[in-house]
Design a protein around this ligand. Sequence first.
Ligand SMILES: C[S@@+](CC[C@H](N)C(=O)[O-])C[C@H]1O[C@@H](n2cnc3c(N)ncnc32)[C@H](O)[C@@H]1O
Length: 248
Amino acid sequence: MTQLNIDQVFATTASRACDFQFTAEIAKVFDDMLVRSVPFYSEQQFMIKELAKKFHIKDTRIYDLGCSTGTTLISLAQEIGGDAGELIGYDNSFPMIDKAKTNINQCGLDGLIKIDYADLNGAVVIENASVVTMCWTLQFVRPLQRTALTKQVYNGLVENGVLILMEKVLTNNTDMNRLFIETYYEFKKRNGYSNEEIAKKREALENVLVPYRIEENIELLKRSGFEMVETFFQWYNFVGFLCVKKGR
Ligand SMILES: C[S@@+](CC[C@H](N)C(=O)[O-])C[C@H]1O[C@@H](n2cnc3c(N)ncnc32)[C@H](O)[C@@H]1O
């Protein structure tokens, strides 16, 4: 992996210029941003690897939607390696795609992992997959396009294949939402972010990251065809869903 650059994006930006975007500035510090902004990120990566290993079927593909710098795919390739037909990552940020390609190359995994541009708001090619991961990304897809996307995932999976979905969620109760946000800010402060950095990032994300409630996500996934949907991880409003295609 390339050297870890420290995330100071919102410490150096004078004021909120525009909505959050996955720019070159973000891509450069993204690996640090994730571990300092997603609670239990490393443990989640371990769980994803563990689940993927159990559900992966030899000679079928693994896809990561919203693959960013390639972290999940690299870890899956290192675990499942040659048994995987192919590992494919999609993202619509060119700086993220470049960073992912560099990281993959540095890990000597060019032959196994392919990264392509795709906009998840539209049609994506998902074929012969037994594992699809989508971590902290569906929340950025336009709400009106989410069912179409999860249906494409369902249709691209083989029987007994899985979608491993990680999402920020809302609760049914405003007091609980407030409490969970407070605990999250405390988590970010423990990881070295200032109040100002936290507030600026929140403002930048406001119209861009649109979370659903757990029930809304489950309804969406069932509506898309998934016969089995279970939560396998939760830290306040950070949730992991394991969605199995049972087939007919
Ligand atoms: C929070 S990051 C994902 C983190 C990554 N999955 C991980 O766990 O390491 C969200 C990613 O989704 C990508 N993204 C957002 N909207 C997208 C869209 N409509 N199509 C494709 N990628 C998108 C962003 O460029 C970004 O790289």
